[in-house]
Design a protein around this ligand. Structure first.
Ligand SMILES: [Zn+2]
Length: 355
């Protein structure tokens, strides 16, 4: 029998058992699909709430209680707290947390913190920023319960408390949201930087952090793994959240019906929050039904317009603004280097031992 030297924080079966739930089954792709299905179900039921209220002539809002009820229906028996996030000066915000009992290293529940404007316990359908935040954070929740890899790593990670804190602080402040935290002018300047300069910036930052703190390669591997999974989760949540954002603003069924009724679509029909969407929709990217002769052509063009817009929006936010795919790649490069160092060291130890 050989003892495998596992350097990557072995996961204790008990820990896994506590987080895994009946919702986590099957291969990675099956679980990915079930997270998406949960989100779609959540989205559909929320639309029903709005529709019901609109039919009654009431304002389309979703209350905190209704949200709790929705999550209870989509993910029964999974403890989730929904909290009100006091509005912040810098715009909308939201966070997702896994509630952990660190002494036992078990997951006790989950927490969604969403900004509800004016501190009222509901979100208006027309409050796009809060709706977008809700969708994004919900995606994190559905992913966390169906693909608990990141959560498992986080609670089984064998790093001292202060190192864990440094790891999270660096990720939150410098890695994930680096450019968002800057002042408007600095942010604009940063975004104007060409890709190589931005890549260089991220690399320099990580090197500086590692050099300053003199972590061992083993610790660096733990940190980098954590960051990699964090960025991966972020990319997935943005992707799905942004797609629903577009679906919300460009309700295909509604717009198709309008076309079928012989009406032309105006910009305000398909760009519901004109202020924000217009910055993304330059003239070439707008949909203009007058360009097409037959109804079929119009409907087809509208459909491909929405598909294109989704891809374009995801690229604009994930790659251009947040620079997430590039950051993930950089972290992976650092990770490969540190793993190679750890392996070389292990090999050296084994060879020395066998002499
Ligand atoms: Zn996120």
């Amino acid at each position: 029998m050989s003892i495998r030297l596992n350097i990557f924080a072995p996961i204790r079966p008990k820990v896994v058992e506590k987080i895994l739930n009946p919702l986590v089954k099957g291969s990675v792709s099956t679980r990915e699909a079930s997270a998406k299905a949960m989100f779609s179900e959540f989205y559909r039921m929320r639309e029903d709430i709005f529709l019901r209220k609109e039919k009654l002539g009431k304002e389309a809002v979703v209350t905190k209680e209704e949200l709790e009820d929705l999550f209870e229906k989509v993910t029964p028996k999974i403890p989730l707290d929904i909290n009100i996030f006091t509005p912040v000066k810098n715009g909308p915000g939201g966070t997702f947390h896994v509630q952990t009992d660190w002494s036992c290293r078990i997951v006790e529940g989950y927490e969604l913190n969403i900004q509800f404007p004016n501190n009222k316990e509901y979100i208006k359908k027309s409050d796009f920023d809060s709706m977008e935040t809700l969708d994004h954070e919900s995606c994190h929740f559905f992913k966390a319960i169906t693909e608990p890899k990141y959560t498992v790593r986080n609670i089984s990670i064998k790093l001292p408390f202060n190192v864990r804190r440094q790891k999270s602080y660096y990720y939150n402040t410098y890695l994930y949201q680096n450019e968002l935290k800057k002042t408007f002018i600095l942010k604009k300047k940063f975004l104007q930087n060409k890709e190589p300069a931005r890549i260089d910036n991220v690399k320099k930052g990580i090197n500086k952090f590692f050099n300053k703190n003199k972590f061992s390669s083993l610790v660096k591997v733990e940190m980098l793994q954590d960051w990699r999974l964090g960025l991966k989760d972020e990319i997935a949540a943005w992707n799905q959240g942004l797609k629903s954002y577009i679906e919300f603003r460009f309700p295909l069924n509604e717009l198709t019906k309008k076309l079928q009724n012989g009406k032309e679509l105006k910009l305000k029909d398909y760009a519901r929050d004109s202020k924000k969407t217009h910055t993304f929709l330059d003239k070439s990217k707008r949909f203009n039904s007058k360009q097409y002769k037959t109804l079929d052509e119009k409907i087809q063009a509208l459909n491909s317009f929405v598909v294109e817009l989704k891809d374009w929006k995801c690229k604009a936010v994930i790659d251009d603004i947040l620079f997430l795919n590039n950051k993930k790649q950089i972290v992976e490069e650092f990770l490969a280097q540190e793993i190679a160092k750890v392996r070389a060291k292990q090999k050296e130890l084994v060879e020395r031992g066998s002499k």
